[in-house]
Design a protein around this ligand. Structure first.
Ligand SMILES: NC(=O)c1ccc[n+]([C@@H]2O[C@H](COP(=O)([O-])OP(=O)(O)OC[C@H]3O[C@@H](n4cnc5c(N)ncnc54)[C@H](OP(=O)(O)O)[C@@H]3O)[C@@H](O)[C@H]2O)c1
Length: 305
Protein backbone atom coordinates (compact mmCIF):
# COMPACT_ATOMS: atom_id res chain seq x y z
CA UNK A 1 0.00 0.00 0.00
CA UNK A 2 1.26 3.48 -0.83
CA UNK A 3 1.19 5.46 2.41
CA UNK A 4 2.43 8.82 1.26
CA UNK A 5 2.60 10.71 -1.95
CA UNK A 6 6.25 11.65 -1.58
CA UNK A 7 7.53 14.52 -3.74
CA UNK A 8 10.50 13.82 -6.03
CA UNK A 9 13.02 15.83 -4.01
CA UNK A 10 12.01 13.87 -0.90
CA UNK A 11 12.46 10.54 -2.66
CA UNK A 12 15.95 11.71 -3.47
CA UNK A 13 16.52 12.47 0.23
CA UNK A 14 15.29 9.05 1.24
CA UNK A 15 17.64 7.41 -1.26
CA UNK A 16 20.51 9.20 0.43
CA UNK A 17 19.52 8.13 3.92
CA UNK A 18 17.43 5.09 4.69
CA UNK A 19 16.30 5.66 8.25
CA UNK A 20 15.96 2.64 10.51
CA UNK A 21 12.88 1.92 12.62
CA UNK A 22 14.55 2.86 15.91
CA UNK A 23 17.63 4.89 16.82
CA UNK A 24 19.68 4.82 20.01
CA UNK A 25 20.60 8.20 21.53
CA UNK A 26 23.81 9.05 23.42
CA UNK A 27 22.54 11.92 25.57
CA UNK A 28 22.60 9.88 28.80
CA UNK A 29 25.76 7.97 27.91
CA UNK A 30 28.32 9.75 30.06
CA UNK A 31 26.03 9.75 33.12
CA UNK A 32 25.77 5.96 32.80
CA UNK A 33 29.53 5.75 33.33
CA UNK A 34 30.01 2.71 31.09
CA UNK A 35 33.55 1.57 30.43
CA UNK A 36 34.68 1.68 26.82
CA UNK A 37 34.46 -2.14 26.77
CA UNK A 38 30.91 -2.10 28.19
CA UNK A 39 29.87 0.48 25.60
CA UNK A 40 31.42 -1.63 22.83
CA UNK A 41 29.37 -4.56 24.12
CA UNK A 42 26.19 -2.44 24.20
CA UNK A 43 26.76 -1.31 20.60
CA UNK A 44 27.18 -4.95 19.50
CA UNK A 45 24.02 -5.94 21.36
CA UNK A 46 22.11 -3.08 19.72
CA UNK A 47 23.29 -4.18 16.28
CA UNK A 48 22.25 -7.81 16.97
CA UNK A 49 18.85 -6.48 17.99
CA UNK A 50 18.46 -4.39 14.83
CA UNK A 51 19.27 -0.96 16.28
CA UNK A 52 22.02 0.16 13.93
CA UNK A 53 21.71 3.95 14.04
CA UNK A 54 23.19 6.06 16.84
CA UNK A 55 22.23 9.65 17.59
CA UNK A 56 24.81 12.04 19.01
CA UNK A 57 25.37 15.75 19.53
CA UNK A 58 28.73 17.41 19.88
CA UNK A 59 27.66 18.84 23.27
CA UNK A 60 26.59 15.54 24.90
CA UNK A 61 28.54 14.76 28.03
CA UNK A 62 30.18 18.20 27.95
CA UNK A 63 31.64 17.48 24.51
CA UNK A 64 32.93 14.03 25.58
CA UNK A 65 30.26 11.50 24.54
CA UNK A 66 31.19 11.34 20.86
CA UNK A 67 34.83 10.56 21.71
CA UNK A 68 33.77 7.88 24.20
CA UNK A 69 31.61 6.29 21.52
CA UNK A 70 34.45 6.57 18.99
CA UNK A 71 36.80 4.75 21.37
CA UNK A 72 34.25 1.98 21.84
CA UNK A 73 33.85 1.65 18.07
CA UNK A 74 37.61 1.48 17.58
CA UNK A 75 37.75 -1.70 19.68
CA UNK A 76 35.96 -3.57 16.87
CA UNK A 77 37.39 -2.90 13.42
CA UNK A 78 34.60 -3.27 10.89
CA UNK A 79 31.86 -2.28 13.35
CA UNK A 80 31.58 1.27 11.99
CA UNK A 81 30.58 -0.06 8.59
CA UNK A 82 27.52 -1.73 10.12
CA UNK A 83 26.26 1.48 11.70
CA UNK A 84 24.72 4.81 10.83
CA UNK A 85 26.18 7.69 12.83
CA UNK A 86 24.02 10.78 13.31
CA UNK A 87 25.07 13.93 15.11
CA UNK A 88 23.84 17.41 15.85
CA UNK A 89 25.69 20.72 15.99
CA UNK A 90 24.96 24.40 16.34
CA UNK A 91 24.70 24.74 20.12
CA UNK A 92 27.77 26.44 21.60
CA UNK A 93 27.76 25.41 25.26
CA UNK A 94 29.96 26.79 27.99
CA UNK A 95 32.44 24.02 28.76
CA UNK A 96 36.04 23.50 29.78
CA UNK A 97 36.33 21.61 26.49
CA UNK A 98 35.48 24.78 24.56
CA UNK A 99 37.17 27.69 26.39
CA UNK A 100 36.20 30.09 23.59
CA UNK A 101 32.50 29.71 24.58
CA UNK A 102 32.03 32.26 27.36
CA UNK A 103 28.23 32.43 26.98
CA UNK A 104 25.85 29.73 25.78
CA UNK A 105 24.63 30.57 22.29
CA UNK A 106 23.04 28.91 19.30
CA UNK A 107 25.38 29.31 16.36
CA UNK A 108 24.55 28.32 12.80
CA UNK A 109 27.33 30.33 11.16
CA UNK A 110 29.29 28.55 8.44
CA UNK A 111 32.56 28.66 10.40
CA UNK A 112 31.02 27.24 13.55
CA UNK A 113 29.24 24.42 11.70
CA UNK A 114 32.38 23.45 9.78
CA UNK A 115 34.43 23.35 12.99
CA UNK A 116 31.77 21.29 14.81
CA UNK A 117 31.53 18.83 11.96
CA UNK A 118 35.28 18.28 11.91
CA UNK A 119 35.34 17.82 15.70
CA UNK A 120 32.55 15.23 15.47
CA UNK A 121 34.27 13.32 12.66
CA UNK A 122 37.49 13.15 14.67
CA UNK A 123 35.78 12.24 17.95
CA UNK A 124 33.68 9.48 16.39
CA UNK A 125 36.67 8.24 14.39
CA UNK A 126 34.86 8.23 11.08
CA UNK A 127 35.35 9.85 7.69
CA UNK A 128 31.68 10.45 7.10
CA UNK A 129 28.61 11.27 9.18
CA UNK A 130 25.44 9.62 7.93
CA UNK A 131 23.33 12.54 9.13
CA UNK A 132 24.23 16.00 10.41
CA UNK A 133 21.43 18.00 12.07
CA UNK A 134 21.21 21.58 13.28
CA UNK A 135 20.47 21.00 16.95
CA UNK A 136 18.32 24.08 17.63
CA UNK A 137 16.97 26.95 15.55
CA UNK A 138 19.40 29.88 15.79
CA UNK A 139 17.48 33.16 16.05
CA UNK A 140 20.43 34.85 14.35
CA UNK A 141 20.56 32.33 11.50
CA UNK A 142 21.44 33.71 8.09
CA UNK A 143 19.55 31.02 6.20
CA UNK A 144 21.52 31.41 2.97
CA UNK A 145 24.86 31.10 4.78
CA UNK A 146 23.73 28.11 6.88
CA UNK A 147 22.26 26.34 3.86
CA UNK A 148 25.47 26.85 1.91
CA UNK A 149 27.48 25.40 4.80
CA UNK A 150 25.26 22.31 4.89
CA UNK A 151 25.40 21.88 1.10
CA UNK A 152 29.18 22.19 1.27
CA UNK A 153 29.32 19.53 3.99
CA UNK A 154 27.46 17.12 1.71
CA UNK A 155 29.49 18.06 -1.38
CA UNK A 156 32.72 17.43 0.55
CA UNK A 157 31.61 13.88 1.32
CA UNK A 158 31.93 14.47 5.07
CA UNK A 159 28.16 14.17 5.49
CA UNK A 160 25.64 11.97 3.66
CA UNK A 161 22.46 13.77 4.63
CA UNK A 162 21.37 16.84 6.55
CA UNK A 163 18.46 17.62 8.82
CA UNK A 164 17.24 19.87 11.58
CA UNK A 165 16.08 19.46 15.15
CA UNK A 166 13.48 21.44 17.11
CA UNK A 167 12.66 23.53 14.04
CA UNK A 168 9.20 25.03 13.55
CA UNK A 169 7.55 24.63 10.13
CA UNK A 170 8.40 28.21 9.14
CA UNK A 171 12.04 27.73 10.16
CA UNK A 172 12.17 24.57 8.00
CA UNK A 173 10.76 26.46 5.01
CA UNK A 174 13.20 29.33 5.48
CA UNK A 175 16.25 27.07 5.49
CA UNK A 176 14.92 24.76 2.81
CA UNK A 177 14.43 27.53 0.28
CA UNK A 178 18.21 28.10 0.26
CA UNK A 179 19.29 24.46 0.32
CA UNK A 180 20.27 22.31 -2.63
CA UNK A 181 20.29 19.23 -0.42
CA UNK A 182 16.89 18.05 0.79
CA UNK A 183 16.31 18.13 4.54
CA UNK A 184 15.93 14.49 5.55
CA UNK A 185 14.58 14.85 9.11
CA UNK A 186 13.28 17.11 11.84
CA UNK A 187 14.20 15.65 15.24
CA UNK A 188 11.56 16.86 17.68
CA UNK A 189 10.27 16.22 21.15
CA UNK A 190 7.37 13.79 20.78
CA UNK A 191 5.86 11.29 23.17
CA UNK A 192 2.65 10.51 25.03
CA UNK A 193 3.94 13.09 27.50
CA UNK A 194 4.68 15.76 24.86
CA UNK A 195 2.10 15.68 22.07
CA UNK A 196 2.48 19.24 20.73
CA UNK A 197 3.88 18.03 17.40
CA UNK A 198 0.41 16.69 16.56
CA UNK A 199 -0.97 20.23 16.58
CA UNK A 200 1.89 22.65 15.88
CA UNK A 201 2.24 21.73 12.22
CA UNK A 202 5.58 19.91 12.50
CA UNK A 203 4.23 16.44 11.71
CA UNK A 204 1.94 17.83 9.01
CA UNK A 205 4.94 19.46 7.38
CA UNK A 206 6.96 16.25 7.51
CA UNK A 207 4.15 14.47 5.70
CA UNK A 208 3.83 17.30 3.18
CA UNK A 209 7.56 17.53 2.40
CA UNK A 210 8.48 13.86 2.81
CA UNK A 211 10.78 14.60 5.74
CA UNK A 212 10.97 12.03 8.53
CA UNK A 213 10.34 13.04 12.12
CA UNK A 214 12.66 11.59 14.74
CA UNK A 215 11.14 11.64 18.25
CA UNK A 216 13.47 12.61 21.07
CA UNK A 217 12.61 11.56 24.62
CA UNK A 218 10.02 9.14 23.16
CA UNK A 219 9.11 7.93 26.67
CA UNK A 220 9.25 11.49 28.01
CA UNK A 221 12.50 10.64 29.77
CA UNK A 222 10.76 7.69 31.49
CA UNK A 223 7.79 9.79 32.73
CA UNK A 224 5.34 7.86 30.53
CA UNK A 225 6.03 4.80 32.70
CA UNK A 226 6.94 6.51 35.97
CA UNK A 227 5.20 7.56 39.16
CA UNK A 228 3.23 10.66 38.17
CA UNK A 229 -0.27 11.74 37.08
CA UNK A 230 0.43 11.17 33.37
CA UNK A 231 1.67 7.62 33.98
CA UNK A 232 -1.31 6.88 36.27
CA UNK A 233 -3.71 7.90 33.48
CA UNK A 234 -1.77 5.94 30.85
CA UNK A 235 -1.00 2.84 32.88
CA UNK A 236 -4.37 1.00 32.60
CA UNK A 237 -4.52 1.54 28.83
CA UNK A 238 -0.85 0.73 28.18
CA UNK A 239 -1.10 -2.39 30.34
CA UNK A 240 -4.27 -3.59 28.64
CA UNK A 241 -2.91 -3.12 25.11
CA UNK A 242 0.42 -4.65 26.17
CA UNK A 243 -1.40 -7.76 27.41
CA UNK A 244 -3.39 -8.10 24.21
CA UNK A 245 -0.28 -7.56 22.05
CA UNK A 246 1.92 -9.69 24.35
CA UNK A 247 4.57 -7.01 24.62
CA UNK A 248 5.91 -4.62 27.29
CA UNK A 249 4.03 -1.34 27.98
CA UNK A 250 7.09 0.65 26.83
CA UNK A 251 6.76 -0.97 23.39
CA UNK A 252 3.13 0.15 23.20
CA UNK A 253 4.13 3.74 24.04
CA UNK A 254 6.72 3.66 21.24
CA UNK A 255 4.34 1.96 18.80
CA UNK A 256 1.96 4.88 19.43
CA UNK A 257 4.57 7.23 17.95
CA UNK A 258 5.40 4.91 15.07
CA UNK A 259 1.71 4.62 14.11
CA UNK A 260 1.72 8.24 12.86
CA UNK A 261 1.58 8.38 9.04
CA UNK A 262 4.96 10.12 8.85
CA UNK A 263 6.58 6.95 10.26
CA UNK A 264 8.13 8.60 13.30
CA UNK A 265 11.54 7.22 14.32
CA UNK A 266 11.89 7.09 18.14
CA UNK A 267 15.34 7.92 19.53
CA UNK A 268 15.72 5.63 22.54
CA UNK A 269 17.48 6.89 25.66
CA UNK A 270 17.95 3.85 27.88
CA UNK A 271 21.43 2.42 28.28
CA UNK A 272 20.05 -0.93 29.48
CA UNK A 273 19.95 -3.64 26.86
CA UNK A 274 16.90 -5.34 28.40
CA UNK A 275 14.95 -2.09 28.00
CA UNK A 276 16.18 -1.73 24.42
CA UNK A 277 14.94 -5.29 23.77
CA UNK A 278 11.55 -4.26 25.18
CA UNK A 279 11.61 -1.22 22.90
CA UNK A 280 12.36 -3.34 19.83
CA UNK A 281 9.02 -5.12 20.33
CA UNK A 282 7.43 -1.86 19.15
CA UNK A 283 8.63 -2.66 15.64
CA UNK A 284 6.57 -5.86 15.65
CA UNK A 285 3.16 -4.43 16.49
CA UNK A 286 0.79 -1.96 14.86
CA UNK A 287 -1.76 -0.16 16.98
CA UNK A 288 -5.35 0.05 15.80
CA UNK A 289 -6.89 3.49 15.28
CA UNK A 290 -9.06 2.82 18.35
CA UNK A 291 -6.09 1.98 20.57
CA UNK A 292 -4.18 5.01 19.26
CA UNK A 293 -7.00 7.41 20.16
CA UNK A 294 -7.63 5.72 23.51
CA UNK A 295 -3.98 6.39 24.39
CA UNK A 296 -4.25 9.96 23.10
CA UNK A 297 -7.26 10.60 25.36
CA UNK A 298 -5.53 9.06 28.39
CA UNK A 299 -2.42 11.16 27.77
CA UNK A 300 -4.39 14.36 27.14
CA UNK A 301 -6.63 13.73 30.15
CA UNK A 302 -9.72 14.53 28.09
CA UNK A 303 -11.93 12.99 25.46
CA UNK A 304 -11.96 13.99 21.81
CA UNK A 305 -14.24 16.95 21.09
N1 LIG B 1 17.34 16.97 19.60
C1 LIG B 1 17.22 17.31 20.86
O1 LIG B 1 17.09 18.49 21.22
C2 LIG B 1 17.21 16.22 21.90
C3 LIG B 1 16.84 16.50 23.23
C4 LIG B 1 16.84 15.45 24.14
C5 LIG B 1 17.18 14.17 23.72
N2 LIG B 1 17.54 13.93 22.42
C6 LIG B 1 17.89 12.58 21.94
O2 LIG B 1 16.88 11.68 22.35
C7 LIG B 1 17.48 10.59 23.01
C8 LIG B 1 16.53 9.95 23.96
O3 LIG B 1 16.10 10.89 24.96
P1 LIG B 1 15.70 10.33 26.41
O4 LIG B 1 16.86 9.66 27.02
O5 LIG B 1 15.05 11.43 27.16
O6 LIG B 1 14.64 9.21 25.96
P2 LIG B 1 13.55 8.35 26.72
O7 LIG B 1 13.63 6.99 26.13
O8 LIG B 1 12.25 9.07 26.70
O9 LIG B 1 14.02 8.31 28.24
C9 LIG B 1 15.02 7.43 28.68
C10 LIG B 1 15.03 7.49 30.20
O10 LIG B 1 13.86 6.85 30.67
C11 LIG B 1 14.23 5.89 31.64
N3 LIG B 1 13.25 4.80 31.67
C12 LIG B 1 12.43 4.53 32.71
N4 LIG B 1 11.66 3.46 32.43
C13 LIG B 1 12.00 3.03 31.21
C14 LIG B 1 11.55 1.95 30.39
N5 LIG B 1 10.62 1.09 30.78
N6 LIG B 1 12.11 1.81 29.18
C15 LIG B 1 13.05 2.66 28.77
N7 LIG B 1 13.53 3.70 29.51
C16 LIG B 1 13.00 3.89 30.72
C17 LIG B 1 15.63 5.44 31.22
O11 LIG B 1 16.32 4.89 32.33
P3 LIG B 1 17.43 3.73 32.13
O12 LIG B 1 18.55 4.31 31.34
O13 LIG B 1 17.79 3.38 33.54
O14 LIG B 1 16.76 2.59 31.42
C18 LIG B 1 16.23 6.77 30.79
O15 LIG B 1 16.68 7.49 31.93
C19 LIG B 1 18.75 11.19 23.61
O16 LIG B 1 19.73 10.21 23.94
C20 LIG B 1 19.21 12.08 22.51
O17 LIG B 1 19.89 11.32 21.51
C21 LIG B 1 17.56 14.94 21.51
Amino acid sequence: MKLLDVPDHARHANMRLVLPLLVWGAWRLTRAQLSVQALNCLIHQCVELGITAFDHADIYGGYTAEAQFGQALALSPGLRAQLQLFTKCGVAAVSAARPAHQVKTFNSSADHLAACMDHSLTALGTEQLDLLMLHRPDYLMDAAETAQALDRAVASGKVRAVGVSNFSPSQVLLLRQHLQTPLAVNQIEFSLGAMQALDNGVLDQCQQLGMRPMAWSPLAGGAVLGDNDLARRLNPVLTHIAQVQACPPAAVALAWLMRCPTRVVPVLGSVRIERLRDAWRATQITLSREDWYTLWAAAAGRQLP
